[in-house]
Design a protein around this ligand. Structure first.
Ligand SMILES: *Cc1c(COP(=O)(O)O)cnc(C)c1O
Length: 380
């Protein structure tokens, strides 16, 4: 089946008990045993739950992986993956990843003896230089947040294989609609389903897809042992969102392209970050590696931190809010919002400047979105 069909039909067919077309919300903590020592496949909802299984099968099918797992949040998914490692292990992570990923490795996992280096993954040399005898994992985010940098997965996987590293790709921005990391040999895909997969800003959730059965067993063990799983109702909402993922992604990308091209010619805009623009450093790799460029657009406003508050206050169709990936367009200021957990010196080093604005372009009429930007930029 093709992607659009999988998004609708991969949840395992009608409910076996009733024939319900849509998987019911199995809002139960526990399941009655058929006989001593014999279940009907489920025993306790932390371990597994039929609504969660439906979502997990769907995400695994979309990513082309062996097994999927649904978590309470994207960070719960990431924490679980980090716990595949042990005290003394070293992780190489992209240097402009989601602020929460940075915080997890830098401020939390270090307390349990993990070490982490944050590097720009724009050449094999830069990754190689960070490899130590204790390195076990390569954590990649592409396109990255908020600068939309692109990592060449073929290149990164080749380096990882030379050193026996487990590769992880945070595929939240591209979604499997535009990028399927497992095709490039990646071992684990993580998602914040809060974003595009659910797509309606009404759930926080996460997911992991594994490329091998061995990793699937280890992730399921940790999910159950740590209790990081998603609730049945949240899984049901994400499943519902996924059915329209392909149409949402395509239309949001169209809107984002128009917004990026508009901003690119604006006199009050210093620089636009969007991978479809020829000026974007990752344009050629993105063209080759992805089926679409996504719907996140960042830009630097002229006047830096002076201009930001006035601009943000004037935005009307775009709401001033964290998060991304929903049908509602959002605007945010990484330096004080999504990336405030990164120290200023680190932010400056990776290029997250005071004047950087990040847009999550939604499904509104694109003329309303461009007009909103126009009136806000004019007033600054
Ligand atoms: C939001 C986000 C996360 C964290 O997900 P939550 O659902 O908020 O816990 C991780 N990675 C990326 C790229 C994100 O945008």
């Amino acid at each position: 089946m093709r992607f659009e069909t999988l998004a609708i039909h991969s949840a395992g067919g009608p409910d076996p008990a009733t024939g319900a077309l849509i998987p019911p919300i199995y809002q139960t903590s526990t399941f009655v045993f058929e006989d001593v020592g014999r279940t009907r496949g489920y025993d306790y909802s932390r371990t597994s739950n039929p609504t969660r299984s439906a979502l997990e099968e769907t995400i695994a099918a979309l990513e082309g992986g062996k097994a999927g797992f649904a978590f309470a949040t994207g960070m719960a998914a990431e924490t679980t993956v980090a716990c595949l490692l042990q005290k003394g292990d070293h992780v190489i992570c992209g240097d402009d990843v989601y602020g929460g990923t940075y915080r997890l490795f830098q401020d939390v996992m270090t307390r349990f003896g993990l070490e982490c280096s944050f590097v720009r993954m724009d050449s094999p040399r830069r990754i190689e230089d960070a490899v130590r005898p204790s390195t076990r994992m390569l954590w990649i985010e592409t396109p990255s947040n908020p600068l939309l940098n692109i990592v060449d997965l073929e290149m990164a996987v080749a380096v990882a294989r030379r050193h026996n590293l487990t590769t992880v790709v945070d595929n939240t921005f591209a979604t499997p609609c535009f990028l399927r990391p497992i095709v490039y040999g990646v071992d684990l895909v993580v998602h914040s389903t809060t974003k595009y997969l659910n797509g309606h800003c009404d759930v926080v959730g996460g997911a992991v897809v594994t490329a091998s059965d061995d990793l699937a067993i280890r992730v399921q063990f940790l999910l159950n042992a740590m209790g990081t799983c998603a609730s049945p109702f949240d899984c049901w909402l994400v499943l519902r969102g996924i059915k329209t993922l392909p149409v949402r992604m395509k239309q949001q990308e169209r809107n984002a392209t128009a917004v990026a091209e508009y901003l690119d010619c604006h006199s009050r805009v210093e620089r636009v970050f969007y991978p479809s623009l020829k000026s974007h450093p990752g344009h050629a790799i993105a063209r080759r590696q992805m089926k679409g460029f996504g719907a996140m657009v960042s830009f630097e406003i002229k006047g830096g931190s002076q201009a930001v508050p006035a601009f943000l206050r004037r935005m009307k169709v775009f709401s001033l809010a964290e998060s991304l990936g929903g049908v509602d367009s959002l605007v945010e200021h990484p330096a004080t919002m999504s990336h405030a957990s990164m120290p200023e010196s680190v932010r400056n080093g990776v290029g997250i400047t005071e004047g950087l604005i990040r847009l999550s372009v939604g499904l509104e009429n694109v003329d309303d979105l461009v007009e909103d930007l126009e009136q806000a930029l004019t007033g600054v």
